[in-house]
Design a protein around this ligand. Structure first.
Ligand code: FRU
Length: 499
């Protein structure tokens, strides 16, 4: 099989990334979070297992560290943590996608080829000088490196929409394979009420797709337009992941702006009916959006997201950076007590070295511990009250710290609030620097797992009950870690380097 019909646009992108990707030094990138080969990255796309490797594609503009006409970047990995770049897979080079190859998904066809489905974008000029983007779903087939766009593209367009569905907001197809060999797919769409809906399509062969029904409707409950859906069974429940634009805040669960939510419920396969039972935020930190999941060969449901948020992209606005955007850690999903749990993929444990641990450390005021430092670490903390003493009022851990900078996690057991704060991380922009969420704890006992990788922090609370993610562009020399308690707290710490 040969797939060598690359266009001039794709050849140029490949030449460019090959030449300029090399100029970015390893230490200028995250070490085990995927960043773009060059230029800009947003959403993960086509997350799949193909040819004995994990493949991930991403929304990509190689020529600059800001968003531009979307290509698909491409990388492969054996362990979901060490990624090797492959040449860009898709470029906006056809009449139906000339203004961008937006997000989509991938799977393997019975004949061994890889099938990609993405959103083709074409800008339509309006008489008043503005423009509309027509969005359609398109297909490309390939061998894991080179892809040929299907001659019958687009495979879904405005004519496949239900009454009132907008052809301008119709994007991000996520496909799956059914047990009988047929295919399903869910696509984000804007409905007549101005908010989002998820449309279900089916196909016998992965090429000819048919509209089935509205699988879920936002009805202006959670933000407006719904992007980047995913739909799968997990531990006896059905999960719909969706990334919502223009959210209004709701308690400590949802925040203003873009956010990712999980709708959990039941699915009647016969009637193709999803019944919502509960909803929750997917990430309680600052930077997380547009996640996509894969079912690994050993049966784990693993999710990876864009560790960024459209509203906070300005953090790194010097415009002289060689790259922008990174993926989150891949996270194993499960349902426990009716909630979505996330844990870093177990492969991360193979990267651990230099274990240092302390037990029953009494923290009252500030303290630091020998050997507990670093910007590429996996650190487990258990904090609890001192027996016979009154409940501490606040416990905090500071990291990425030196004389000038630090970021922190602070916990107030009296209010059950955990806060991530990067105000003093070196940011010079007026963006969101703090996020608070409600956490569960037993009388002041809280478990945290903190993972740092050069330019980010991800915090897994209570064995994955909640996660908070944020990017940090603090100078790498700031690698101190310290602990502070208002009152008296007891703490166990285990720290590993991740190198
Ligand atoms: C989500 C998103 C998608 C779209 C892509 C464009 O972050 O807006 O809906 O396909 O980014 O890059």
């Amino acid at each position: 099989m040969k797939f060598d019909m690359t266009s001039q646009t794709l050849r140029e992108a490949r030449k460019y990334e090959e030449a300029f990707g090399k100029l970015i030094l390893q230490q200028e990138r995250p070490s085990f979070h995927l960043s773009p080969r060059t230029g800009w990255m947003n959403d993960p796309n086509g997350f799949s297992w193909f040819g004995g490797k994990y493949h991930i594609f991403y929304q990509y503009y190689p020529y600059d560290a800001h968003w531009g006409p979307m290509h698909w970047g491409h990388a492969v990995s054996a362990d979901l943590l060490h990624w090797e770049y492959l040449p860009a897979a898709l470029a906006p080079d056809e009449i139906y996608d000339r203004d961008g190859c937006f997000s989509g998904s991938g799977l393997t066809l019975p004949d061994g080829r890889q099938l990609l489905m993405y959103t083709g974008v074409v800008r339509e000029r309006l008489a008043d000088g503005g423009c509309n983007e027509i969005q359609t779903q398109c297909i490309a087939v390939g061998d894991g490196v080179d892809y040929v766009k299907y001659h019958k593209n687009p495979v879904l367009d405005g004519r496949d929409l239900p009454e009132g569905g907008s052809k301008y907001d119709f994007r991000d197809p996520k496909m799956w394979k059914e047990a009988d060999g047929s295919y399903g797919c869910v696509v984000g769409n804007r409905s007549a009420d101005g908010s989002g809906q998820l449309l279900l399509f089916t196909s016998a062969d992965g090429f000819a797709w048919h509209y089935k029904k509205v699988l879920a409707a936002n009805r202006n409950r959670f933000g407006r337009m719904w992007e980047c859906p995913d739909f799968f069974a997990l531990d006896g429940k059905w999960i719909l992941l969706v990334s919502s634009q223009d959210m209004l805040p709701s308690g400590f669960e949802y925040h203003n702006g873009n956010g990712t939510l999980c709708l959990m419920g039941d699915y009647d396969r016969e009637r193709e009916e999803f019944t919502e039972e509960s909803n929750q935020a997917v990430d309680y930190g600052i930077d997380f959006y547009a996640p996509q999941t894969i079912l690994t060969p050993d049966g784990r449901r693993v999710m990876i997201g864009w560790m960024q948020n459209w509203d906070t992209c300005g953090y790194r606005r010097k415009n002289d950076e060689a790259w922008f955007g990174q993926m989150s850690l891949p996270r194993e999903l499960s349902v426990q007590n009716g909630r979505l749990y996330q844990k870093p993929v177990r492969e991360l444990e193979d990267m651990r070295s230099n274990r240092i641990s302390y037990e029953n450390v009494r923290v009252s005021g500030p303290c630091s511990l020998d050997g507990i430092r670093g910007r590429r670490i996996d650190m487990e903390l258990v904090v609890r009250p001192e027996e016979g003493e009154e409940l501490y009022r606040k416990f905090a851990v500071r990291f990425a710290q030196n004389d000038l900078y630090y970021s922190s996690l602070s916990f107030r057991p009296g209010e059950s609030i955990l806060k991530v704060d990067r105000k003093f991380s070196g940011s010079r922009r007026a963006i969101i620097h703090q996020r608070r969420c409600k956490v569960n704890h037993k009388g002041g006992l809280l478990k945290l797992r903190v993972i740092l990788d050069r330019f980010s922090v991800e915090v897994f609370v209570n064995d994955g009950e909640q996660v908070l993610s944020a990017v940090l562009y603090t100078d790498q020399e700031a690698e101190g870690i310290s602990f502070i308690a208002d009152g008296i707290a007891k703490m166990d710490v285990i720290k590993y380097d991740l190198v």
